[in-house]
Design a protein around this ligand. Structure first.
Ligand SMILES: [Zn+2]
Length: 282
């Protein structure tokens, strides 16, 4: 037995996602049986209903560099003493830099983002470490909002366009969009470092620890519409309302997103407000 394209499309219909831009986070392992056609079939089910599919296609392991000592803000969710010695400004340091057509993706992003990116019509945003890619009618519009100095532009556009965030067999710790809510609640996002096209090292904002996001469940769960497909729970959250609810919860109590690891440096620094001092992006 396999899950068919018809079952997948029926679930998209039940969640009322037709014609919408949808940011998708997927676990194919969440299904009790294999999906016929795998990640491509999930993608095609959404595209067949006129959705534009937006996914994270991060490349931090490939393109992050060790920061020069002059570009290290405090309270940045990182222990600088733990970094390797070789700063990116040393002579002969690797000069690899991200481009929107590099085709590279962190394997940890999962099957669906990799399959989407492999399609010729996919469009990709311009952030060297945390890019988003999209496919479908509004793909160009969504990714155009992303630059090295605006990591979550596509999420903002998704919300403005009344799009949805679909968690397909995964929990809120995978909802990347909530990092935009962190920013909107007054936190600064942690910065990391990559090379620009001209080989300069630049600072770019990135997402912090997301393991505490499931604690937002009481505020966000009532907004979701859910359906179960062969043991896999799909939950569609309206982006604008979900971000607003998360911002309200975080503004009332910044510690609400703190993860269970009491030693988590990323959470400690984010909850305290994020990087301190002048941060010059891009
Ligand atoms: Zn944490």
């Amino acid at each position: 037995m396999e899950i068919t394209a018809e079952q997948l499309a029926a679930a998209v219909d039940e969640l009322a996602l037709t014609q919408q831009p949808v940011m998708v986070h997927t676990s194919l392992r969440s299904f009790a049986m294999p999906v016929e056609g795998g990640a491509d079939a999930v993608l095609d089910a959404l595209l067949s209903r006129g959705c534009t599919v937006l996914v994270p296609t991060f490349t931090a392991p490939q393109f992050a560099v060790v920061p020069p000592t002059t570009m290290r803000p405090a309270r940045n969710g990182i222990d600088y003493a733990s970094l390797p010695d070789e700063s990116a400004d040393r002579p002969g340091a690797s000069a690899a830099h991200y481009t929107v057509d590099c085709g590279v993706i962190d394997a940890g992003m999962g099957a669906l983002p990799a399959r989407l990116l492999a399609r010729g019509e996919a469009r990709r945003g311009g952030h060297p470490l945390n890019s988003f890619a999209a496919l479908g009618p509004q793909a160009a519009e969504l990714v155009a909002a992303q630059t090295p100095t605006d990591v979550y532009g596509p999420v903002r556009t998704l919300a403005d366009e009344n799009g949805a965030i679909l968690l397909l067999g995964v929990e809120l710790n995978r909802m990347t969009a909530l990092h935009l809510a962190e920013q909107s609640s007054g936190r600064r996002l942690p910065v990391r470092w990559a090379r620009a096209a001209d080989n300069r090292v630049i600072m770019v904002e990135t997402g912090s620890c997301s393991e505490g996001f499931p604690r937002l469940e009481p505020w966000l769960r009532p907004l979701a519409r859910s359906v179960t497909v062969s043991g896999s729970r799909w939950s569609a959250y309206p982006a604008k309302e979900t971000l607003a609810a998360a911002v309200a919860a975080m503004t009332a109590d910044q510690s609400v997103t703190q993860c269970a690891d009491s030693d988590c440096l990323a959470c400690r620094d984010s909850v305290a407000g994020g990087p301190v001092g002048p941060v010059s992006l891009g």
